[in-house]
Design a protein around this ligand. Structure first.
Ligand SMILES: [Fe+2]
Ligand SMILES: [Fe+2]
Length: 288
């Protein structure tokens, strides 16, 4: 199977990029499943049920989050009712929502790239309308780092390993979004889970790293997927207020920037039977 992971969607420009570019990427890569980090999707801070609905309608199957989880109070409704929305696993026991989920993989329409007789033999993107079950499931897990991160959560290493053991009883195809700041913590976390999960991709720094690789145990790894939104910016926000904040130390309003919108992430191909990664490829697609 092939999945696309989309790095932190920032505000309306980020959502537009997903809506516009996802159908093309789905066709180009013959994607079976799409996961996106949505922690900055509402005006750059947090997420609401309405915005999650918009992202799901654009073709995303599961939304992960991170330290901006609580920025919009409406998130409580998502945590209570939406199984396709994940929060970091390593919040204390009793926190609403879930840190992982197992989801059915469907294939959409005709096999992508296959000539479609009705369309005069032209290869056609699969329509979202006609889903075929594959009999395969994918587990998605979201965890948050503790180095240079707030709030201090439980140990993501021990909790993720326990959770992965449970998930592996249901499927070997397991994707992990590790939302963390320190490259050392992220790489160590990926190495720790090598051979236990299909992929570990980092989020939170909004800067795509160039270290995509498959570890010896078969786990695909990328320290950070980058962010989906305006790149003529500082991490998605207007440049001037951020510089002013660094110059003066005074609080500023950080509006979401507008220009040079890109979708960042990674396409990962996974062996259905073993759950091991076959290929990982970074994505940085410009919205024209
Ligand atoms: Fe973010
Ligand atoms: Fe974050």
């Amino acid at each position: 199977m092939k999945l696309l992971f989309i790095g932190d969607i920032v505000g309306q420009p980020g959502r537009n990029a997903v809506k516009t570019l996802l159908p093309k990427l789905r066709e180009q890569h013959a994607l079976d499943f799409v996961i996106a980090n949505g922690e900055n999707s509402a005006g750059g801070s947090g997420i609401t049920p309405k915005i999650a609905g918009e992202i799901f309608s654009a073709g995303v199957d599961v939304i992960t989050s991170g330290d901006h989880l609580w920025d919009q109070k409406e998130v409580m409704e998502l945590l209570a009712n939406e199984k396709r929305f994940l929060r970091p696993l390593n919040y204390p026991a009793g926190t609403p929502g879930q840190g992982s989920g197992v989801f059915e993989i469907k294939r959409w329409g005709e096999t992508p790239g296959e000539p479609n007789i009705k369309d005069g033999g032209r290869a056609q993107a699969p329509a979202r309308g006609d889903a075929r079950p594959t009999g395969l499931s994918i587990a998605v897990l979201n965890a948050q780092g503790r180095t240079f991160m707030q709030p201090p959560l439980e140990n993501p290493f021990t909790l993720a390993l326990e959770e992965v053991k449970r998930l592996r009883e249901r499927t070997k195809i397991i994707f992990v979004d590790f939302h963390a700041e320190a490259t050392s913590e992220k790489i160590a976390f990926g190495r720790f889970l090598d051979g236990q999960v299909s992929a570990v991709v980092g989020t939170h720094t909004h800067v795509q790293t160039a270290d995509e690789q498959i570890f010896l145990g078969g786990t695909a790894y990328l320290t950070d997927a980058g962010f989906t939104g305006p790149h003529e910016s500082v991490l998605g926000r207007e440049i001037e207020p951020v510089i002013k904040r660094f110059l003066t130390g005074m609080p500023q309003r950080f509006e979401v920037a507008k220009n040079r919108v890109q979708l960042h992430g990674a396409v990962i191909e996974i062996d259905d039977a073993s759950g091991k990664a076959i290929k990982i490829q970074r994505v940085a697609e410009a919205l024209m």
